[in-house]
Design a protein around this ligand. Sequence first.
Ligand SMILES: C[S@@+](CC[C@H](N)C(=O)[O-])C[C@H]1O[C@@H](n2cnc3c(N)ncnc32)[C@H](O)[C@@H]1O
Length: 261
Amino acid sequence: MEALPFSYFSHYFPNSKSLGAVTNRILSSFGLRITRIHDWADPTTYIPFAETIAKAKASGLALGDYIDVRQGIAGTTAATIQGMQRLGVFEKPVKSLLEIGPGTGRYLAKTIQLCSLDRCEVYETAVEWARYIEKNYPVILQPTDGGTLKATRSDSVDLVQAHKVLCSTPFLTTARYWAEMLRVTRPGGYAVFDVATESCLPPAVVKLWADSGMPSMSPYPAVVPYKVVLDFFEANGAKLVGTFYAPLPPGKTEVFVFQKN
Ligand SMILES: C[S@@+](CC[C@H](N)C(=O)[O-])C[C@H]1O[C@@H](n2cnc3c(N)ncnc32)[C@H](O)[C@@H]1O
């Protein structure tokens, strides 16, 4: 039976889950069926759980490496962690880590290896992936409302990170998480995240995004001007240590490393 990707349909129809079920009943008489893949219009979801785990296993790769390879960006996760290393994030022992939106855990796994953790907290909206992370890593899964780090004490975390999350969230979610990252990071600690800034979007790359085939309602790439990021963090008690780029197919995203004063 041929499977059509559900996400091609879901953003057109607000009540797409029940629509999918009805459509499948009709399609089944023709030997067709709709399956759900990543709904690119909803950034609080993530790639399908069971299918991704099964395919990673079949590939013989570690889950995080499989995701990199599948996205055509092999080695990207490691390169980002090395970029953080070069900017001094791991120079002093990182004893407390907080990650927003770890998804499969590809960044979490590599970050943990460089830390000497007493405490690791995660906030994740995709329920199956949140449970997977809780089961497979030494983390506290915090109640996640999608915009705050309410369960975390102020000035308590050595490193707060969000990779490939804020490059897809609506601006208010991003701004709320920035404020929260600044609140929970301890003085001297680091806040690391990426957004698509203007330098990620030269005309040729704008065209690549336009031609990418993603649904029009997709929030990718969530664009934030560099100066808005810099001004906000500097106005709220942090200094920019540096930035570097990471691929975000078909373009790229800018990774910011801030240190709280
Ligand atoms: C594109 S995925 C990236 C996952 C992972 N960081 C990686 O790069 O493999 C974005 C992740 O952030 C989660 N997410 C999206 N919006 C969120 C929010 N408002 N709060 C917490 N997690 C969120 C999604 O469920 C998903 O796991």
